[in-house]
Ligand binder design. Structure first.
Ligand code: HEC
Length: 141
C-alpha cells in the first residue's frame, strides 16, 4: 500500500513538472513574450540616444524592469531553440536571433547602455515578424 501510493505521488509530481516545462508556444508568447517585449520596446525607445540627450536618464527601476524582461525572453529563447523547435531554416534563424538579441538586451540593461539596449530592442522586433510570417496563422493580430 505505502509503496503504491509513493509511486502515485512520484508520477504525479513528474506529470506536474512536464506540464510546466512543456508550455505551448502560444501560451508562452501570450504570457511571457508579449509583456516582456512590450517593456523592452518601450524602454528601448526611452533610452535611444537618437531621441535626445535625456533619453539615458530613465529611472533605475525602469532598467530593472528591462533587465527582468530580457531574462524572461532568454528563458523563452531556450524553449524556442529546444522543446518547441519547429523544422525549417526560418525558425532556426529567427529563434537563434531571438536568443542572441535577448542576451544582448540583458547585457545592455546590466550596463545601462542606452545605445546597445535600443539597438537590441529594435532588432528583436524584426525576429517576431520573421518567425510569425511563416509559422503563425495570419489572423491580423
Ligand atoms: C521562432 C519563432 C517565433 C519568434 C522569434 C517569435 N514568435 Fe511569437 N509566435 C510564434 C508562433 C509559432 C506563434 C503562434 C502560436 C500558436 O498560435 O499556436 C506565435 C504567436 C504569438 C502571439 C499570439 C499569441 C496568441 O495569444 O495567439 C504573440 C502576441 C506573439 N507571438 C508575440 C511575439 C513577439 C512580440 C515576438 C518578438 C519579440 C515573437 N512573438 C517572436 C513564434 C515566434
Amino acid at each position: 500500500m505505502r509503496r503504491a501510493s509513493l509511486a502515485v505521488l512520484i508520477s504525479l509530481s513528474l506529470a506536474g513538472a512536464a506540464v510546466a516545462a512543456g508550455m505551448t508556444v502560444k501560451d508562452e508568447m501570450k504570457s511571457v513574450v508579449e509583456p516582456g517585449a512590450n517593456t523592452i520596446f518601450a524602454v528601448g525607445g526611452d533610452v535611444d540616444p537618437a531621441n535626445g540627450p535625456d533619453a539615458a536618464k530613465v529611472p533605475a527601476t525602469r532598467w530593472d524592469e528591462a533587465l527582468k524582461a530580457a531574462k524572461a525572453l532568454k528563458g523563452v529563447a531556450a524553449d524556442l531553440n529546444g522543446s518547441q523547435k519547429k523544422p525549417g531554416d526560418e525558425w532556426t534563424k529567427a529563434a537563434a536571433d531571438f536568443a542572441k538579441l535577448a542576451a544582448d538586451a540583458e547585457t545592455a540593461a546590466m550596463k545601462k547602455d542606452g545605445g546597445a539596449f535600443s539597438k537590441a530592442a529594435n532588432d528583436l522586433g524584426d525576429t517576431c515578424t520573421a518567425c510569425h510570417s511563416k509559422y503563425k496563422a495570419q489572423t491580423g493580430d
